[in-house]
Design a protein around this ligand. Structure first.
Ligand SMILES: CC(C)(COP(=O)(O)OP(=O)(O)OC[C@H]1O[C@@H](n2cnc3c(N)ncnc32)[C@H](O)[C@@H]1OP(=O)(O)O)[C@@H](O)C(=O)NCCC(=O)NCCS
Length: 144
């Protein structure tokens, strides 16, 4: 797998990967999420390609205090080959090069099975409650 920053023309296949990995919710617009990350300094999207096809992704960003990753995905047909680990290593290297001391990430409570994956990579569960408020209402609101 070849890992490199997203390029023009990758958007449709990337959004399709996210949908197949069940990362997209009605209030997420993958196209605008991709465009926003690409135009935001200190954000990057890496894609993993095999024979020209996008089979993995990770979006990362530095908020000036912590580093964050979103949209970590490996195509369902290619999971279990250490590709998710490779994408996280890429995100960690990119954030470390920016001087970010700590990486954090969010897991939906409906996706708790992925905790074991992150634990295998050395991540720990933090005793925090995440709160949020929309600053720009999405076109479709979350149910809960
Ligand atoms: C999470 C995801 C990216 C993992 O990718 P992957 O390529 O299958 O994982 P890897 O092969 O790199 O696994 C790395 C390690 O995690 C472990 N692991 C992966 N998934 C696991 C699981 N469900 N339960 C237990 N361990 C798991 C592997 O055994 C491996 O351990 P090892 O290195 O000690 O042998 C992939 O399952 C995925 O895309 N899921 C759907 C989208 C998603 O949930 N993304 C995360 C949102 S927070």
């Amino acid at each position: 797998m070849d890992i490199r920053p997203i390029q023009d023309g990758d958007e449709v296949a990337l959004a399709d990967l996210w949908r197949r990995c069940e990362l997209v919710r009605p209030w997420n617009d993958p196209t605008s999420d991709i465009a926003f990350a690409r135009t935001t300094p200190q954000s990057e999207i890496f894609v993993g390609k095999r024979q020209g096809d996008i089979i993995a992704s990770v979006m990362c960003g530095n908020d000036g205090h912590r580093g964050w990753v979103y949209y970590l995905a490996v195509s369902p047909d290619e999971q279990g080959e250490q590709l998710g680990r490779a994408m996280m290593t890429k995100a960690e290297e990119w954030l470390r090069a920016l001087g970010v001391p700590k990486l954090e990430l969010l897991i939906r409570d409906t996706n708790a099975k992925v905790v074991k994956f992150y634990e295998a990579l050395g991540y720990k569960t933090e005793p925090v409650i995440v709160m949020s408020r929309w600053l720009k209402e999405p076109s479709e609101s979350p149910d809960g």
